[in-house]
Design a protein around this ligand. Structure first.
Ligand SMILES: Nc1ncnc2c1ncn2[C@@H]1O[C@H](COP(=O)(O)OP(=O)(O)OP(=O)(O)O)[C@@H](O)[C@H]1O
Length: 218
């Protein structure tokens, strides 16, 4: 599903570029789960952003479902972000002017999917059935994150990238949200790569990779 080879990325740091990712290799098969851990500043979010096609690498390559990200034009990359790859961020990034139901349906519509039964089932499974007409500001943090997960999974992505998806939640709520996310990705056959600072949450994933100063230390 995902192959990352010799990935490199630097950011400009005054007079010379500062390397942030130094030759990352990893693979993730369909239906598998992977935790990415590492100190603050080790490059976890940078790696996730590159895989999501939100930023371009300086070297190496990323294959998603066999397609090289760098070889895609902007339209194809945007389509990939809407359909094949789904991203869940720590900040829920919901659209404040849309209701829960509309937020959940939004991403799927962009991806050209309109499956009301699946949307309804997701809403039910995420415990949001009695909140569908509410707006994000009327929800708790845990509820908002569940909407964000629903919005991502409504498009039935093959690869879910989650950047500290429970980072804004208390431990119990975070655990419940992760349980749901794991159940739902298992149900849809999606692969899940999750950045987390929590060793407890990382232990719930099938594999763990540790980033240290831009390199993988298993
Ligand atoms: N757009 C950017 N421009 C310049 N430097 C950047 C940019 N994005 C990230 N960096 C730098 O790259 C390094 C890695 O950042 P990144 O956000 O990937 O780390 P992280 O492991 O996700 O950290 P955290 O756990 O704190 O979120 C940091 O030193 C950061 O300052």
């Amino acid at each position: 599903m995902l192959v990352v080879e010799k990935l490199e990325k630097s950011f400009s740091g005054g007079d010379r570029p500062v390397p942030v990712l130094r030759g990352i290799d990893l693979t993730l098969d369909a239906s598998r789960t992977l935790a990415l851990t590492g100190e603050s500043g080790s490059g976890k979010s940078t790696l996730l952003h590159l895989i999501a096609g939100l930023d371009a690498a300086d070297g190496g390559r990323i294959l998603i479902d066999g397609d090289d990200l760098a070889a895609m034009d902007d339209t194809r990359r945007a389509a990939l972000r809407r359909g094949t790859v789904g991203v869940v961020f720590q900040q829920f990034n919901l659209i404040p002017s849309l209701t829960v139901a509309q937020n959940i349906a939004f991403q799927a519509r962009l991806a050209g999917r309109n499956d009301r039964d699946w949307d309804a089932r997701l809403t039910e499974r995420l415990g949001l059935a009695s909140h569908t007409h509410k707006y994000p500001e009327q929800l708790s943090g845990g509820q908002q994150q569940r909407v964000a997960i629903g919005r991502t999974l409504a498009a039935r992505p093959k690869l879910v990238l989650a950047d500290e998806p429970t980072g804004n939640l208390d431990e119990d709520t975070g655990e419940q949200v992760l349980d749901l996310m794991l159940e739902l990705v298992a149900e849809t056959g999606a692969a899940l790569m999750m950045v987390t600072h929590s060793t407890r949450l990382a232990a719930r994933m099938e594999r763990r990779l540790h980033l240290e100063r831009g390199e993988i230390r298993c």
